[in-house]
Design a protein around this ligand. Sequence first.
Ligand code: PLP
Length: 397
Amino acid sequence: MKKRIYGQEFGFSTRAVHTGNDVDGETGAIRRPITMANSYALPYDPSEMNWSGADTSLYTRNGGSNQKYLEEKLTSLSGGEDCVVLASGVAALSGLFFALLKSGDHVVFSSVTYIAVYRLLRELLNHKFNVETTIVDTSDLEAVRSAMRPNTRLVHIETPGNPTLAISDIRAIAGIARANGSLFSVDNTFASPYNQRPLELGADFSVESLTKYINGHGDAMGGAVIGKKVHLELIRAQSQVNLGGVVSPFNAWLIMRGSVTLPLRMGRHNENALRVAQYLESLPCVRFTAYPGLESHRGRAVAVSQMSPGFGGVLAFGLDADHDAHNRFVSHLGLITSAVSLGHDESLIVFLGENDERQYLYPPEFHRGFFRFSAGLEDGEDIIADMDQALKKSGLR
Ligand SMILES: *Cc1c(COP(=O)(O)O)cnc(C)c1O
């Protein structure tokens, strides 16, 4: 029998390789198989079964083995007690919100978040289900403190925030939430557990879009909520069995495979993003570069206090250019792909902001439109050379 590698006595890379994997009991294969089946054989007397249980061998929406193996690894890498893996990052966020919130509850959330968080909290839960919401710049602790109310059930932040890279202080906000008797969740997608572990800094929940760094290869979607057992039991039953956000066994298997190299990939993402940020910051045609790894970043000190060894692979920058020049620049890129998403093996760029209704919530430099860039695993000098030739061909440099 293989040694069970789970506990924190093993390093992050060792757990990324081993946790959740084991010798297959039936074949002896040293890789666990993919179980693509909707149903499981019922016992002689099924009358005692819990048809809505999230841990029953019954039906794949009640949980599958590939999902469980991945949950074991993510629990360990995030320093949590339990985890639920779902069909996408948004399934994880909606599962968390629907399980925790009811009419009359109040939520404080970051002015910089993934767009679906804004839609879910501000529009769906607020307008349809009477959940009160306050949007604050969570990089400002005074603003967080004064937004708290007696009925604040949840504080939800994203750090670094998508798309501006705003940094919020996880330890300090955990303290504010705890003092108010509120729960506290952090969307950790931009950092990944390699660079930042919110649960160790006092958060109740860490949320990950597995679609991004944890899978890392741009070919499978998934999401996870990691936290304490008491909360996770409720979230798992609601999000998976009743809301139906279950992950496919094949995607869970792909993400499990991708996650093995998370530490190696993140090292390269961190390094390439920093190099590209330094290059962009040196150019006169670049109005601003936002990356927490740069000395110039306003959240730098807090980022250094809670992120290590690096600051992730995503940065934002603005060009001194008109609408058409932005499109020209992108059309001249040869290596870098113009597409949404981030955390893939290849570098991705997307032009944002000109028609974002939340623009007024962002710092002024973001109001004229900006790029979000996700540094891939290519050679750093090739990424920079591609940007350089595209800036020249589009007449910006
Ligand atoms: C992409 C993303 C999500 C949503 O994840 P999906 O897997 O696309 O549903 C949530 N939060 C952040 C910060 C993201 O970048």
